[in-house]
Design a protein around this ligand. Sequence first.
Ligand SMILES: Cc1cc2nc3c(=O)[nH]c(=O)nc-3n(C[C@H](O)[C@H](O)[C@H](O)COP(=O)(O)OP(=O)(O)OC[C@H]3O[C@@H](n4cnc5c(N)ncnc54)[C@H](O)[C@@H]3O)c2cc1C
Length: 489
Amino acid sequence: MRMKWGKWLMVVVIGAGATGLGVAWDLMLRGVPVAVLDQGDLGHGTSGRFHGLLHSGARYVLTDAVAARQCQTENLRLRQVAAPYIESTGGLFAASPDVSENLVQNWLRGCHDAKIPVAPASPVQGMNAQWKRIYEVNDGVINGYQLLQALARGIRQGGGQILTHRRVVGARPMKGKIHTIVMEGPDGLEEMRADAVVNAAGPWAGHVASLWSDPLPLTLSRGIMLLFSHRQTPKVINRLDVPGDGDILVPHHHISIWGTTDTETDSPKAPTPSHAEVAHLMERGLAMFPDMGEWRVLRSFSGVRPLYRAPGNLARETRHISRDFVVLDHPLKGAFSVIGGKWTTYRLMAEQVADRVAAYLHYATPCQTGAVPLPLANAVGVGADPLLCECESVSKSQLRAFEGLSLSDLRTRTWFGMGPCQGTFCGHRVMQWRSHQIGEEAASKELAAFREERERGMCAALWGDNAVEWLLQRNIRFQSLGESQRADD
Ligand SMILES: Cc1cc2nc3c(=O)[nH]c(=O)nc-3n(C[C@H](O)[C@H](O)[C@H](O)COP(=O)(O)OP(=O)(O)OC[C@H]3O[C@@H](n4cnc5c(N)ncnc54)[C@H](O)[C@@H]3O)c2cc1C
């Protein structure tokens, strides 16, 4: 094991999701030296597996007034400091005929109390014509991967380090204070000196806190989502009711995301959705959009929410645990955890953790992330060279900007493989390009991992054109390319 990183004062942030990168950006702007470590790439956790919604807060006004207010305030802030990564689509809330007028009036009152602007609205094409009570709010869409890249760029430009594919496996104290972080990376075990550590490990936060023997009261909840090709509506569409399964449609990039569910789980790893979960989501969707069965489904995926179970909260259902967040100081001095919250509130969460860390290290500069705009994510232009991914218009020159990354990491940086073909053709083209860098055998392994991940998401939603695409993929592999098929394939 080598002590490779750091002699000077250093704050180590564990987790390169929205929260961890937000904390590092905040500390960096205060002049505090930071390093971010992640076991995967940027957005490896829930930040790369969410619904894409910039909440207005209207979803929470009936159940969680604090979360509703936080969302509205942060919604307005992010439009200022992260404008290139926010799409101002607006959002509709539509009540089904089964919803009582009393509930609608309570919802309107809740929006008023949370200062969420609301106006009566007309339905968009495709919505159930029976759902006549419709209101517009300032929901939007977050381009998550791009916003993560912008944060990472800002941190690096300010001198911070971001080390991906490093899993933190140990934390060593000295005289009751955090002193050294041990991580496992591509070159084996490494150590990094830390004067403070922030656990922003999302659903893994419990595992990380147990490294300094202070387990967290964390409950995990998984949510399933379905992707449809094309933007099926111009605005976000929400069911006006107490939050439930299958009640939000988000137009995101070139696609639409329908979800989600809320079921307790015991693993931080996002599970493959089951057929039953997908069928349940479709049933809920058809009530709201009678033609949803005709839309071209692309795949399903899931994410895991870390929820902080406050002392005394004995709720059996994860839906009854607040979407608010908490910042904790551990008995080990210099160790902090941040748990819960939303993508929409990452900046606020980061501010509150950074306030504690800065006070602990005696830095007086206040938070600046509410006023300083994020840098542009990257300056990759589309080259004149041919497209490798035709569905998502990704050219070789765009990939070149991320040379050295694996196929899976390239996917999230450039969006290649995310379109209707789900990598059937572009997977092979990008693999061929990768094989010039790492050799054919290693590139083939990357392709296999990339394909397995895509296939898992397709399999739970095998109907219509998606089933045809899946069959085409298999015919290309097993007939045209002569790959040998495993018994469990
Ligand atoms: C189904 C679903 C839908 C959602 N939709 C929305 C939405 O539409 N809008 C919204 O505002 N919010 C949404 N959320 C909530 C939002 O996605 C999360 O609040 C947010 O992404 C959490 O970010 P994070 O950085 O805290 O955690 P994560 O993104 O999970 O980041 C934690 C990081 O820590 C890393 N890590 C863990 N352990 C270690 C270790 N030992 N060493 C190194 N690295 C480690 C992980 O690899 C990971 O990258 C949704 C959540 C779910 C589950």
